[in-house]
Design a protein. Sequence first.
Length: 175
Amino acid sequence: MKHSIAYIILLTMLVGCKPNTPSAYRGLPKTYATAYEQIHGHCYDSVAQAVVSLDLYSAGLDLNEDKRIVGTGYNLYISDIFVPDSLIEIGSYRSDTTAEAFTFLPGKDYEGYPFGMYILNIEEDQIKQIQVLDSGSFVYRNDSLLFTLYYKNVYGSKATYNCTYSGALIPWLKK
């Protein structure tokens, strides 16, 4: 009987003990409210594809008249998406460094500066945390985006982030 009670207490303690995951990783949105498609055109001499980027905002974030982010929420940014024409076309895209059509650059951290794809955690107009996304893919079809993205969490393990956006992409000519 004493052993049974000890096992039950031990089991209860083990089930209740989970790693303390930082809040920035717990609160990633499952959906985004606004998406801008930034049009860069044929900006690389050695690449045949046109380039666009996606700039997605969760509820609570917006752009002011100076195109600066205001509010509290998350900003998912994917730069250098290589497209055959000039805009994102219906199809599947994957992270890659080949600059082929239907690919985009994976995320990298260059001495504290994110590049490629990353998520900004913004609180009251201030960036609180940046999470670089190592790799991933997305599907674009009929005004919806379905993302499966990967990053290394604070424990060094690979984590998966799935999210969506439904609605028209707002074109934004990048100068």
